[in-house]
Design a protein around this ligand. Structure first.
Ligand SMILES: Nc1ncnc2c1ncn2[C@@H]1O[C@H](COP(=O)(O)OP(=O)(O)OP(=O)(O)O)[C@@H](O)[C@H]1O
Length: 607
């Protein structure tokens, strides 16, 4: 069904300019929509998907437009040279600006993009060789094999060919390994780092991608209008592009085209209708336009494209977005060598973490060997999760050392620790809720292939992509969630989401697995299934460090336990020893955590 709509849209695009009755105005309008769509497609990737708000895209449109305008007029070069320079310049400028601005967080990033837009606007208006506020007129039309794209209906085909190509690129990018990394930036950057995703790099990638698409739009704009001046690259245009992305549906590729169409058409009509309605020639259309924006933003936060898709799906009685089958791969992903059973895997030596005056982890030491499940237990606030975060590089050590397979990792970033083979889950589930379960787990295998951006844009990474998805499927089947591959992760129960996290950690092919309260929220049968998965992993030689409050689960599963209270290790031993340890019983029965106290007590009584 989706393909049918795409085919109809392409037929419409082809027929429109050749249809004898089509007014010239429509073609011009479609050209403007196409050019804006290119800018907005970049914004969809950058802002809608990546969560990095930019008001400054008009500056990059200006760079592309001025580059080709200057080269093809003053310097007399072909517009095609102008294209190469426009793309190269926007690439370089956006790369440099991305490196500088993307380390800013919160509202500082949007503010800095506004500043960038203003800087370029005043540069265009003040540099003599760019014609100052008059701009550059007399830009030649683009020629293809001697055929001049002078008329609006001729450049129309080039513009829309670029839009369709950019849609294809954007779709390929977002459906790939780099795309999953970009999709994690908005709400899961910390989690993604724990799976080896270099989030800063992918922020720059998204920024440069959006910049280059805007540069391409600028090149087309210059040769369509045949003149450029600073007024069309000001901050008001930057804001308008962002509106188009948000109104269309900022996280939807086709929302970019829809949003551009809607805003440009609406703007035009409002400009005609409002003066007639209010019987005035004053500029009220922007007021009406602004109010409409607020209304739409208020009632359709995800934009209008998803609403339209749902409506069409209901109307036609079909599912427009159907899950794609997991592609076959010719081989599985390579696996790292497993350590010998009993080999020393993790040495935690006197680690300490102070948060101001609070000692959250007080000189804790323990070792984990291959094929061992170690439990880290203790009442609430004992310092278990902080210990996890120290081992995985999320927090820096105040002092002490952590060695993994003989290598000091105490000062490494979580990304580098993940690369060595440490997989983890989180106390508070950190999945990407709108992404499918399969893709969430595929993110765990991020480090196991090395697909580049260009490969992904051109969809030349079919084999590695298939390998990653097959791996994700395998791990999901292993943990018993094979029936939920295409479900949105946010639709699963909390317990199932915890299991998805385990599958994602397994997709990293870890040597050491750190599980933070994996049984929380699971029903009895699910806990039993999880316990059997974990013992299976142990039998395969995996080492597991487990933080868990369910004592029954912990006592049955673990080989060894470390008990913490107020940041300090109060006991260590086998489950049998811990259950009868008076210090441990005192810590639990002291009223800090009644549930655990009763559980340990009961277990102890049974023993
Ligand atoms: N980022 C932080 N800044 C300041 N204090 C923190 C931070 N993280 C944890 N703490 C404090 O450190 C102590 C240990 O917290 P931690 O989350 O490690 O305990 P826990 O044993 O995992 O508890 P729970 O079982 O409830 O998850 C608590 O007092 C907590 O408030």
């Amino acid at each position: 069904m989706k393909r049918l709509f795409l085919a109809l849209f392409i037929i419409f695009l082809v027929v429109l300019p050749v249809f004898p009755g089509t007014p010239e105005f429509w073609i011009n309008q479609m050209n403007s929509i196409g050019i804006a769509s290119l800018v907005v497609l970049g914004l969809v990737v950058l802002t809608g998907v990546g969560g990095l708000t930019s008001f400054g895209q008009a500056a990059f449109v200006g760079i592309g437009a001025y580059a080709t305008a200057y080269l093809s007029t003053t310097a007399g070069y072909s517009p095609w040279v102008g294209l190469l320079v426009a793309l190269a310049l926007t690439f370089i400028v956006s790369y440099i600006l991305g490196q500088i601005t993307l380390s800013l967080s919160g509202h500082y990033l949007p503010l800095s993009t506004i500043a960038v837009c203003l800087v370029f606007y005043y540069l265009y208006g003040n540099l003599g060789f760019l014609g100052r506020h008059d701009g550059i007129p007399g830009i030649p039309p683009i020629e293809i094999f001697g055929f001049s794209l002078l008329k609006a209906k001729h450049i129309y085909f080039l513009i829309w060919a670029c839009v369709l190509l950019a849609v294809w690129f954007s779709k390929n990018l977002l459906d790939s390994r780099p795309g999953r990394a970009i999709r994690s930036l908005k709400s899961g950057a910390g989690m993604a780092e724990s799976f080896g995703v270099h989030t800063k790099y992918y922020k720059v990638v998204a920024f440069v991608y959006a910049g280059v698409l805007a540069g391409l739009a600028g090149w087309l704009y210059a040769h369509e209008q045949r003149a450029v001046s600073p007024s069309t690259f000001g901050i008001n245009y930057g804001i308008e592009y962002l509106f188009m992305a948000v109104i269309g549906g900022s996280a939807n590729i086709w929302g970019a085209v829809f949003g551009s169409t809607l805003i440009l058409t609406m703007k035009d009509h409002i400009q005609d209708i409002v003066p007639q309605l209010l019987n005035t020639s004053a500029n009220f259309e922007m007021v009406v336009f602004g109010i409409l924006m607020v209304f739409i933003l208020h009632h359709a936060r995800e934009g209008l494209w998803p609403i339209l898709v749902n409506f069409v799906a209901k109307f036609t009685g079909s599912q427009l977005v159907q899950p794609k089958p997991v592609p076959d791969a010719s081989s599985a992903l390579p696996q790292r060598n497993r350590p010998q059973h009993g080999e020393l895997i993790l040495e935690v030596d006197n680690i300490r973490k102070e948060f101001g005056g609070l000692v959250a982890v007080n000189d804790i030491s323990f070792n984990i060997h291959a094929g061992q499940i170690m439990g880290l237990i203790g009442p609430n606030g004992a310092g278990k999760s902080t210990t996890f975060n120290l081992i995985t590089g999320v927090h820096s050590l105040t002092r002490g050392s952590v060695r993994f397979m003989g290598q000091e990792i105490g000062s490494l970033s979580s990304r580098k620790i993940a690369a060595l083979g440490v997989g983890r889950t989180f106390q508070h589930v950190q999945l990407l809720p709108t992404m499918s379960v399969l893709e969430n787990v595929a993110l765990g295998a991020h480090l196991r292939v090395n697909t580049g951006i260009v490969q992904s844009l051109l969809h030349l990474e079919r084999e590695t992509e298939a390998q990653m998805l097959q791996e994700a499927k395998k791990q999901l089947e292993r943990v018993g969630l094979g029936d939920y591959l295409h479900e949105q992760a946010g639709n699963l129960s909390l317990g199932q989401q915890r299991i998805v996290e385990i599958a994602r950690a397994l997709a990293l092919d870890p040597t050491l697995l750190l599980l933070d309260e994996p049984a929380a929220g699971l029903r009895y049968k699910e806990k039993q299934e999880l316990a059997s998965v974990l013992s299976g992993l142990r039998d395969e030689g995996m080492s597991i460090l487990l933080v868990e409050h369910d004592m029954d689960f912990v006592m049955r599963l673990t080989n060894h336990l470390v008990v913490m209270d107020f940041g300090t290790r109060i006991a260590e031993g086998t489950p049998g020893q811990i259950q009868v340890n008076p210090v441990v019983l005192e810590a639990y029965l002291g009223g800090v955590d009644d549930d655990l106290g009763i559980s340990i007590d009961a277990k102890g009584a049974n023993a």
